[in-house]
Design a protein around this ligand. Structure first.
Ligand code: ADP
Ligand code: MG
Length: 331
């Protein structure tokens, strides 16, 4: 039983139904709608566990940033504006210096996005565990979901993909000299893992414009597969179109290997979305409003008769044999 079987079996079937839940389990965030309110609330939560989501020696400031950033990324994927955060911390020890640095990293990113920390919980426990719950607002009916991608849509991503996976690999194997890239490129890749940039401005610019969106946390192909499944469509990604950074290309030393990292690596926190046909020509304008480059990397097709929906990758028309599962806990 992996994490998704577990959620379906034990939690998705709980049967309290409330009329103010507009969107429940199954997307990057949940949406609630209060009678008479102008805006919907978008709620997300994400946990980081030492040794699972980050190496135990990760700098405290980076963890403060990252704990909020991964939640901002889910809010961005819903096209919402972040507002309020709750922080639950489980600490093996209370080291004031560590805590100051952690709080500093959190506060800097919270300040950038005008997020107020309004509560939380602090406990001692054997493993450093950080959970942030973030609440945002979205204008009624423009929230972005994983559903709604349609055959003929273009599939696009923000930024560059695969950098964080390379950065994590470098952090886990110090001695970048061995990999043939210079220290500056290695540092840049490591920063992409340690300090992800949630695409909050982009998410809000895309809301109301694009058909479906998800943030890339568990790997591009796996997350494309989730979007395809939620929308009941097929997605084909063209590996040669993937935006790979110069640093990633230098690290792998080979374009096809960089593409593999981009398809299967995790922790990018970029946005993947699908655009209706009439907007295909407007990608540059959209990228300007998003304040981040956008690259068209694939297309949406109807599901073949009798087959299940999903994502796959091709290179110059030939299918690539890759796992679409993405990262799964308990697998
Ligand atoms: P993400 O990768 O964006 O964090 P996931 O794909 O991991 O989202 O989660 C799938 C869905 O399951 C999400 O809507 C999430 O809110 C929900 N979910 C995860 N764990 C639980 C749980 N223990 N109880 C209820 N819902 C859960
Ligand atoms: Mg997500």
């Amino acid at each position: 039983m992996d994490e998704f079987d577990l959620i379906t079996r034990c939690f998705a079937s709980m049967d309290v139904r409330r009329h103010d839940v507009h969107l429940g389990i199954g997307d990057d965030g949940a949406v609630t709608r209060m009678a008479g309110a102008a805006a919907d609330l978008v709620l997300v939560t994400d946990t980081l566990v030492a040794g699972v989501h980050f190496p135990p020696d990760t700098p405290a400031a980076a963890l403060g940033h990252r704990a909020l950033a991964v939640n901002l990324s889910d809010i961005a994927a819903m096209g919402a504006a972040p507002a309020w955060a709750l922080l639950a911390l489980t600490l093996p020890t209370a080291d004031p210096r560590w805590l100051d640095d952690f709080a500093g990293g959190f506060a800097a990113l919270a300040g950038e996005h005008d997020v107020a920390l309004i509560g939380g919980d602090t406990t001692s426990g054997p493993t450093l565990t950080i959970t942030v719950t973030l609440i945002g607002q979205a204008q009624r009916d423009i929230v972005l979901t994983r559903q709604g991608a349609a055959p003929g849509d273009a599939v696009c991503v923000t930024g560059t993909i695969g950098d964080a996976a390379a950065g994590l690999a470098l952090l886990q194997k110090p001695g970048a000299a061995d990999t043939g890239i210079d220290r500056a490129a290695a540092d840049w890749l490591e920063q992409r893992f340690l300090y992800p940039t949630p695409r909050v401005t982009a998410g809000q610019a895309l809301a109301g414009q694009v058909r479906a969106a998800i943030d890339i946390s568990d790997g591009l192909l796996g997350d494309a597969h989730k979007l395809a499944t939620a929308s009941h469509v097929d997605i084909t990604l063209e590996a040669s179109a993937l935006p790979c950074s110069p640093a990633l290309l230098a690290w792998t030393g080979d374009r096809t290997q960089a593409e593999q990292v981009a398809l299967s690596g995790g922790d990018d926190y970029e946005l993947l979305f699908t655009l209706p046909e009439q907007l295909h020509g407007a990608i540059d304008t959209l990228a300007q409003r998003c304040a981040v480059p956008i690259t068209r990397i694939g297309r949406v097709c109807a599901v073949r008769a009798g087959a299940a929906p999903g994502a796959s990758a091709v290179r110059d028309g030939r299918p690539l044999a890759l796992d679409t599962a993405g990262y799964r806990h308990f697998r």
